[in-house]
Design a protein around this ligand. Structure first.
Ligand SMILES: [Zn+2]
Ligand SMILES: [Zn+2]
Length: 407
């Protein structure tokens, strides 16, 4: 596997590393314009390619008992709460009323403690191991502080953005720690409408020419996506367009048999087609009693589960009215009565997928084929990586590529 990593040399010096990233407008060419600089980098030889996990939380759940081996992909719930986080400060300072859930949430290790909704796909294929983050919200630093060292996560190979609310993109600034100290840059995959928002909220990261020379900001490489599937490190990602309030679009994403929809108030009919044969559904469920104008409540979320019929569902994005243990106890009864396998997720939960691939949904290329494809792409066809081929739907490359799939 070590020989399979064929990438340009890593440039450790920060200044040199930053020079790898094009600062020109060409850098933002959409969609997936060929980058002006190498997009992949060699990991420093001192860094173990597969860092040993160092979990210190002992989750009393079935997922903890079946943690993924080193060579298996998994999903890590980086955050499962609402924008303000659980516990709410206002609940803890309210003298006249005690909030049961927020009071529990301050206890160390309590599953009601929730930060901004986000997952990390720890994806392993024959080429290597990749950490793909979905959203980096306001509390990203705190979430990363809690889970990255605990689970041996070091680099971030891509960030996919669901939408441009602060609890989804507020942590982009904190990615500077990675791009200054771990890796030269981080590719960001974002819809055009959300990129337009970022040009305002994070103008100094989108256009680094405005910063004071020598200042260190996140080095992000923006890739504008539409609602078509795209590929990151051979992992096919299918956007799941949904409504997140009247007239406001958000994206869920499908990875193999796993569907993730974190911010949703309605699902368009055409998106149900993309949710077929879902093994694990991760779905927005804000509160126990009703939906809000921008989020599913638990009753609506359950209706959707009955319609989509995944094998298993984990809810996310819960506010402080959702008591982890109490709600899960109620949800467990649905397994008996209706055969619905539904539970609340929690921060730090790791889920080894039952089956991470489906009909080429999650692509995996053997080392031998990868080498052939790299040569083919780079020399014969002038492509930078397989990712560009897949996105640009080059038929010739697509033919060669599909012949080399493990699945
Ligand atoms: Zn509360
Ligand atoms: Zn939102």
């Amino acid at each position: 596997m070590a020989a399979a990593l064929r990438m340009p040399p890593f440039v450790p010096a920060a200044a040199a590393a930053r020079s790898l990233v094009a600062r020109s407008a060409a850098r933002w060419r959409a969609p997936f314009g060929r980058p002006a600089a190498p997009r992949r980098f060699q990991l420093p030889s001192s860094r173990p390619r597969v860092p040993p996990p160092r979990p210190f939380y002992n989750f009393a759940s079935r997922d903890a008992k079946i943690q993924a081996p080193e060579d298996q992909s998994e999903i890590i719930f980086i955050g499962t709460g609402t924008s303000e986080g659980i516990p709410r400060v206002s609940c803890l300072t309210n003298q006249s009323k005690t909030c049961k859930v927020c009071s529990k949430a301050i206890e160390p290790g309590n599953k009601n403690r929730r930060l901004n909704t986000s997952i990390l796909i720890r994806y392993v294929n024959s080429v290597g191991r990749f950490n793909i983050l979905v959203d980096a919200g306001k509390f990203f630093y705190h979430s990363a502080l809690r889970w990255f060292p605990a689970y041996g996560l070091r680099h971030i190979d891509a960030v996919i953005i669901t939408h441009s609310h602060a609890d989804a993109i507020g942590g982009l600034d904190d990615l500077r720690d990675w791009t200054n100290n771990v890796q030269p840059f981080i590719p960001i995959y974002v819809a055009q409408r959300d990129f337009e928002v970022m040009k305002k909220t994070h103008y100094y990261i989108v256009d680094t020419s405005v910063i004071v020379p020598g200042a260190a900001v996140s080095e992000l490489q923006f890739n504008v996506i539409n609602e078509e599937p795209f590929v990151i490190h051979d992992l096919k990602v299918t956007p799941l367009p949904v409504w997140h309030g009247h007239g406001y679009r958000s994206l869920g994403f499908r990875f193999g048999d796993i569907c993730y929809i974190s911010d949703v108030s309605d699902i368009p009919e055409e998106t149900y087609m993309l949710l077929k044969d879902c093994d694990l559904l991760i779905l927005d469920a804000l509160r126990p009693d009703r939906s809000s104008s921008t989020h599913f409540g638990l009753p609506r979320a359950l209706e959707e589960v009955r319609k989509i019929q995944p094998r298993r569902t984990l809810f996310t994005g819960m506010m402080h009215l959702m008591d982890h243990d109490e709600i899960n106890e109620e949800l467990a009864k649905l397994l008996e009565s209706e055969g619905l396998d539904v539970q609340l997720s929690y921060d730090g939960l790791r889920v080894p997928p039952k089956r991470f691939s489906s009909n080429g949904g999650l692509l995996s290329v053997s080392s031998r084929c990868h080498a052939t494809l790299q040569r083919l792409f780079q020399t014969s066809l002038g492509c930078v990586s397989s990712q560009h081929i897949m996105v640009e739907k080059d038929l010739k490359c697509g033919f060669w590529y599909s012949n080399c799939l493990d699945y």
